[in-house]
Design a protein around this ligand. Structure first.
Ligand code: GDG
Length: 470
């Protein structure tokens, strides 16, 4: 007997489902909500609207039926190991990721990767079409699924479709390289609303639609024969409540004190927290820090750098090379400038709990966020949200989307090692009044614009068909 599956009024489509499989004490596998701002922001909306989430479970070759977990309807899309290699590691992470991040690494343009991307996008679109009720709102997430809006509209013209890109959208000169540029643009134009992290992303998209799809555009709008597509910026943010609560927790504050003690109570603790990715500028910041020792402006005991580098995309060649380079660099710096039992750089290739992460934020005098290009960078906003004591300083790359909002950070150009080194030194030595002045202004922005507001503004614009208020 065929049972008609339940249809949802609100559907999120993302590469990954918002749950991770965990094995409990009895060896039973269950599902637990994944950490992360996106999941936190969308789950309440899902619960209010009885929504469904379409995505991959994260391990290859698994065929799972739709299931319920954490109060959400989850619709698994299955990927074979070959799909993972070609669509995910290939076209998503070895073609689009470097192309959209200023070609920092060389993008791989290979037809077999593109074909897999098309095929897998089609699978996600079909699953979303199945899950959505008549006239439902569907919100597609990120660069892995840029063809889904068009494919979904072909299957289900009744739907209201939104798309949000979490990474930068490149300018004409770079996007032009992509052999499938027109197909990607047409894919996105299947949406009613295309959202970007920054104004630049939205205007690049409008300009490219005019140039490569021969369409008329006006301001934020791209005109098609039968409808209009809105393109606008919606800077993502963090779960302020969670961070403020954790930062106020006494055990977290004690742990922050303990971290500093374990580091030998240096005058300055600098911190970096990133996925180990070539876009994050980890090598540039460590170079600047090490040069302060080389120049004898800083000596062992004055400053310690803690770099948390969360393992990421380890099967992609570029990422393996990067890891080796960073590990060589850290070894050299410590070999040259550390004293017995006191490395100048503590490098941690691992991932921590949210609690430990916030303890690290509270322990750090200077948070160092120096991407060469970044859609937003949530770490910068998390640090600001956590520092209710107004005592930390943020060193921030002007190439992070967050720089548009956190204008009172110590701003740097990560390609300029000399300038970065100088600003780093200034941030380390800033007085409490100066730090508080800067932090207060940045906190105001982050506290007013948290991730709930981000989701609300996007969905209001999608459902009303109007641009958000400026
Ligand atoms: C993409 C865009 C955009 C990191 N290490 C640990 C850990 N993290 C958490 C951080 C933060 C998140 O991971 C990283 O977010 P970012 O924004 O910094 O960077 P991407 O992963 O590149 O994210 C980016 C974002 O999408 C959202 O739109 O801002 O520009 O590239 O939340 O805290 N979390 C835990 N342990 C760790 O060790 N628990």
């Amino acid at each position: 007997m065929v049972i008609e599956s339940k249809k949802s009024e609100f559907v999120v489509v993302a590469n990954r489902l918002p749950v991770d499989r965990v094995t409990d004490e009895d060896g039973e596998a269950t599902w637990r909500r994944s950490p992360g701002g996106l999941v936190t922001a969308i789950v309440p909306v899902m619960q209010r609207r009885e929504g469904a989430w379409v995505g991959w479970v994260g391990s290859p070759d698994e065929e799972l039926e739709p299931f319920e977990a954490e109060g959400m309807s989850l619709v698994p899309v299955s990927l074979s190991s070959r799909d993972v290699e070609l669509y995910y590691e290939g076209f998503s992470n070895a073609t689009l990721w470097p192309l959209y991040h200023d070609v920092i690494a060389r993008p791989i343009y290979r037809r077999s990767l593109w074909e897999a991307y098309e095929r897998v996008n089609q699978r996600f679109a079909r699953a979303a079409a199945e899950a959505a009720a008549e006239g439902a709102v569907v919100w597609v997430q990120d660069y892995q699924l840029q063809l889904v809006p068009k494919m979904l509209r072909e299957l289900r013209p009744d739907l209201r479709i939104g798309f949000f890109l979490h990474i930068p959208f490149p300018p004409m000169e770079l996007f032009q390289q992509l052999p499938w540029r027109r197909e990607i643009l047409e894919g996105l134009l299947g949406a009613d609303l295309v959202g970007f992290q920054s104004r630049d992303g939205a205007s690049n998209f409008v300009r490219l639609s005019r140039r490569f799809c021969d369409l008329k555009t006006q301001g934020h709008e791209v005109m098609l024969d039968d409808r209009t597509v809105q393109a606008d910026h919606f800077p993502i943010s963090v779960d302020v409540n969670e961070l403020v609560t954790l930062a106020g927790d006494e055990s977290v504050q004690q742990r922050a004190v303990q971290i500093r003690e374990e580091l030998g109570n240096p005058a300055s603790m600098l911190l970096g927290v990133d996925r180990l990715d070539y876009t994050k500028g980890i090598q540039q910041r460590l170079q600047a820090f090490t040069e302060l020792f080389e120049d004898r402006r800083v000596k062992s005991g004055d400053a310690v750098f803690v770099q948390v580098a969360t393992p990421s995309r380890e099967r992609v060649e570029e990422y393996r090379i990067l890891r080796d380079e960073i590990e060589l660099q850290v070894g050299r710096a410590n070999g040259m400038y550390a004293e017995l039992g006191a490395p100048i750089i503590n490098y941690l290739h691992t991932s921590y709990s949210r609690k430990e992460l916030v303890a690290l934020y509270l322990a750090a005098d200077v948070m160092v966020v120096t991407p060469l290009r970044d859609g937003m960078n949530l770490v910068a906003k998390e640090y600001v949200a956590s520092r209710a004591d107004l005592r930390g300083a943020l060193l921030l790359s002007e190439f992070a989307g967050a720089a548009n909002e956190l204008q009172r950070a110590y701003m740097i150009n990560p390609y300029d090692i000399g300038g970065t080194k100088q600003r780093m030194y200034e941030a380390m030595h800033a007085g409490p009044v100066e730090r508080a002045r800067r932090m207060r202004s940045m906190r105001r922005r982050v506290l007013e614009h948290d991730v709930d507001l981000w989701a609300k503004e996007f969905l209001d614009a999608l459902e009303s068909g109007r641009s958000k208020p400026e």
